[in-house]
Design a protein around this ligand. Structure first.
Ligand code: ZN
Length: 123
């Protein structure tokens, strides 16, 4: 797939995701913790959309190591800002921080962290 087509597809996906998130956040049926998680995800979705429209060359690259994030991961999590390796590192870090302080850290409820747990890690 050409990069421009890929970006267009991701943009469409992100726009739909943005609408879904906004609806969920505004719904009083959602729990506050769920809404908070969705608000954080919405921020990442908007950042991704901004990257695609303003600086498309940096979309899809890991913010930590600058490596390309796999297409498979971006298909599942179009707003991903880290490659699977850096995400796993962050996850490990969050886990050890949680056990060492005993506090429920923000990172522990980072939806990207939660999502990567269900995404196949071989990508
Ligand atoms: Zn990385």
């Amino acid at each position: 797939m050409k990069r421009t087509d890929f970006l267009k597809a991701q943009q469409l996906k992100l726009t739909e995701l943005q609408d879904t998130l906004v609806t969920a956040i505004n719904s009083s049926l959602q729990e506050e913790t769920v809404r908070q998680r969705k608000r954080e995800q919405l921020i990442r979705v908007r950042i991704a959309l901004t990257k695609i429209s303003e600086e498309p060359s940096i979309y899809g690259f890991c913010e930590v190591c600058d490596e390309a994030i796999s297409q498979k991961r971006l298909n599942t999590i179009p707003e991903a800002t880290r490659c699977v390796h850096c995400q796993e590192d962050a996850e490990r870090h969050a886990r050890s921080r949680r056990t060492s302080t005993g506090a429920f850290e923000r990172a522990a409820v980072d939806p990207e962290v939660l999502e990567v747990a269900v995404v196949n890690t071989e990508c």
